[in-house]
Ligand binder design. Structure first.
Ligand code: COA
Length: 324
């Protein structure tokens, strides 16, 4: 039987209206625009309004992707949302989005793989399509990470933003996703985590709120090394050479990490989609936001080979190599 591939029909994204620049941050955090730009490449981030949720942003991104694909929500047979900032504990945000789109009845669930959430979700969706189980799938990555920022902690306050991205996948005889690689190593939990949770009893240190804890320097080192081997693994899994790649669409956490991966692949920065300057780190939202920007700006064209990769808390790391 001929191979079935998952093909991206269209993309969509959504960002909160409010923009917080580095200069805005300088007013209430002990930091500077220069420090943030030099260390991370970030110039601004979008921040969700009060009451604006991950589900709101996901629904908007999904509707834009569905419209661009010319697909009705009722045609979907699977919805997967990568997020670590769900609206509520349950039902999953994927279920909330499903109902708002009017796709009731199909399977819907969240994937929590921190910043790798979207690429994980894409990997899972690809397996459903390849197995013949699903024909049209909505995959999203979305976060309202600023909800867990303590704005007095400059080490993390400057790094994160909110946003959502989505793709509509279709089963196709044409490629499509060639390969996905998903990994995790829970041994690194202490380097990047949020300790607040349900089963531990919602405990956190007093006066700190629900906050992200991160050892920035260590995360940086492991991320660069891990992404180096991830991109090699992905090329091998797809049976391709780096020279066949048209675009690198990386997780947007830090420009220096992105540059290191591009260098490893021998790709010029002209072949790399960079949105970290405008969006900061939107965790699971980052790769689909970058992808939608790349498609809608006309940079990425049909038939081109894209390498998507992400790294985040867990640690988790994941990639997808596909023909758009
Ligand atoms: N503004 C100004 N100064 C800051 C600051 C801020 N926002 N945050 C930290 N500093 C200070 C530190 O206190 C330290 O001061 P000191 O030298 O007097 O002690 C100095 O800047 C250097 O801090 P350090 O943490 O060593 O900087 P760094 O070069 O490692 O850059 C990160 C910090 C967080 C930007 C960088 O480590 C990073 O991006 N790591 C990866 C994070 C990441 O991607 N996380 C998500 C993964 S999904």
């Amino acid at each position: 039987m001929a191979q079935i591939y998952s093909r991206i029909l269209a993309t969509g994204s959504a960002l909160p209206e409010r923009v917080l620049t580095n200069a805005d941050l300088e007013k209430f955090v002990d930091t500077s625009d220069e420090w943030i730009r030099e260390r991370t490449g970030i110039r601004q981030r979008h921040v969700a309004a009060e009451g604006e949720t991950t589900g709101d942003l996901s629904t908007l991104a999904a509707q834009r992707a569905l419209d661009a694909a010319g697909v009705k929500a009722s045609e979907l047979d699977l919805i997967i949302l990568g997020t670590t900032t769900p609206d509520i504990i349950f039902p999953s945000t994927a279920c909330l989005v499903q109902h708002r789109l009017g796709a009731n009845g199909c399977a819907a669930f969240d994937v929590n793989a921190a910043c790798s959430g979207f690429v994980y979700a894409l990997g899972v969706a690809d397996k459903f399509i390849r197995s013949g189980q699903s024909k049209k799938v909505l995959v999203m990555g979305a976060e309202t990470l600023t909800r867990m920022i303590n704005w007095e902690e400059r080490e993390t306050a400057v790094l994160f933003g909110d946003g959502a991205g989505a793709v509509v996948l279709e089963a196709s005889r044409e490629p499509g996703i060639y390969a996905t690689c998903l990994h995790a190593d829970g041994g690194h939990k202490e380097l990047l985590y949020n300790p607040v949770g349900v089963s531990v009893g919602f405990k956190d240190e007093p006066n700190h709120g629900v906050r992200i804890r991160m050892s920035g320097r260590e995360v940086f080192k492991v991320a660069v090394k891990t992404l180096d081997s991830l991109v090699e693994e992905t090329l091998a899994a797809a049976g391709m050479q780096a020279s066949q790649l048209d675009w690198l669409i990386p997780h947007q956490a830090n420009l220096r990490i992105i540059e290191a991966t591009a260098k490893r692949l021998n790709m010029s920065m002209d072949q790399v989609i960079v949105t970290v300057d405008k969006h900061a780190n939107t965790s699971a939202g980052s790769v689909p936001l970058a992808l939608d920007y790349a498609v809608r700006s006309g940079k990425v064209k049909r038939g081109q080979n894209l390498l998507l990769e992400a790294f985040g808390g867990g640690f988790t790391w994941a990639s997808a190599l596909l023909r758009y």
